[in-house]
Design a protein around this ligand. Structure first.
Ligand code: IPD
Ligand code: CA
Length: 266
């Protein structure tokens, strides 16, 4: 894909996400008709998840018919150029009227994240990252914090029922024991963006799906974060562990999480 073709995709998708954000926000503001259901224990679904994903799929198919699409709700097959969509990340927050949720769209080319957009409409925030072009929040450049010491760091550990509670509690215990302030906000995509803009110093999760991180990883990497080898194996289909942190915290957090990268960032 040429740089011009990538640029076209970046601008087109920013427009699409703005429309999708309005759609999601309309649902968020009418909570009585959210049609809340459960996909499983602690796994929420609302009518907005399906509506936002359908909207994005329909538009992407018209704009870029040769690109593949994978979505959290509708699935899909990987390809050389593939959009990976989480229509609502942080669905449990969304369903309960908490504003920490987002729409996440990432474009991968040959397995490498190229463009990431994360929009948090209820917060009025749009993060954008493009490989080699930096990362922004509402158009302003962002970078990771200068945290070097775990005893002053704020670390977010994501959680889902895919991980046994004892493994999660042990992880959180190691984080606290090392001196970190530990939090969990309920949106993996925003958790990565919060590292990108310095609101957190690290985000880690023992298993996370590709639609949760496809956008956030390129945003965080472009903001200067260390990111683990998430897309190295068949993570698009099966997910993987993820670690994203300031470069100086990599060693300590690899020890705490066990999520060790083979690659060197820089
Ligand atoms: C979940 C959130 C959560 C993360 C989980 C995800 P959902 O996605 O991103 O923060 O820890 O791994 O499954 O269910 O809100 O779309
Ligand atoms: Ca998600």
């Amino acid at each position: 894909m040429t740089p011009a073709e990538l640029e076209l995709r970046e601008y087109a998708v920013l427009g699409l996400v703005a429309e999708a954000s309005d759609l999601a926000l309309r649902h968020f503001r009418h909570r009585d008709s959210l049609g809340i259901s459960m996909k499983g224990a602690q796994d929420w679904l609302t009518v907005a998840d399906g509506a936002v994903e359908a909207f994005l799929r329909e538009r992407l198919a018209v704009l870029f018919p040769s690109d593949a699409v994978i979505g959290e709700e509708g699935g899909g097959e990987a390809a050389d150029a593939v959009w990976i969509i989480d229509p609502i990340d942080g669905t449990s927050n969304f369903a309960r009227g908490d504003r920490i949720w987002c729409i996440s769209i990432g474009l991968l080319l040959n397995g490498v994240p190229e463009i990431g957009i994360v929009s948090a409409p209820a917060l009025g925030e749009v993060y954008l990252g493009r490989r080699g072009h930096g990362a922004t929040l509402n158009g302003e450049p962002v970078k990771v914090s200068d945290a070097t010491d775990i005893r002053r760091a704020t670390v977010e550990f994501g959680w889902s029922t895919r991980i046994p509670p004892e493994d999660y509690l042990a992880l959180v215990g190691r984080g606290f024991a090392a001196g970190a302030s530990v939090k969990r906000s309920g949106s993996g995509a925003l958790g990565l963006c919060h590292v990108a803009c310095g609101r957190s110093d690290a985000y880690a999760e023992l298993h996370i799906n590709s639609w949760d991180v496809a956008a956030g990883l390129v945003i965080a990497a472009e903001a200067g974060a260390h990111i683990s080898d998430f897309f190295d194996s068949n993570a698009i289909e099966a997910g993987n562990p993820v670690l994203c942190c300031t470069p100086e915290l990599q060693g300590e957090l690899e020890r705490i999480t066990g999520i060790v990268s083979r690659h060197k960032d820089r």
